[in-house]
Design a binder for this molecule. Sequence first.
Ligand SMILES: [Cu+2]
Length: 93
Amino acid sequence: MFKHLTAVSLAFGLFAAPAFAAERTVTLAVENMTCGSCPFIVKESLSAVPGVEKVEVSFENKTAVVTFDDAKADVAALIKATTDAGYPSAPKS
Ligand SMILES: [Cu+2]
C-alpha cells in the first residue's frame, strides 16, 4: 500500500503545472499521532491527494505542513485525506 501511494504521488509530480495554478502552503494540526509510525501514514495520505507537492509531518509538533497546487487541491481535501486515514486535522493559524 505504501509503495502504491508513493508511486501515485510520484506520477502526479511529473505533470506540468497548469497556467493559472498557484502554490499554497498550509499547516495542519493533526490529531491521533501516537507513535512513530503515525507521521508516515499521515504523510502518505496527504501525498495521495492530487495536487499535493510537498508534505512535512512533525510528530513532535503534531503538525503537517503541506504545499499544494490550489487549482487541483484545497484544504478541505487535505483534511478529508488525513481524517479518512484516522487522523482528523484542522488548519493551524
Ligand atoms: Cu502510530
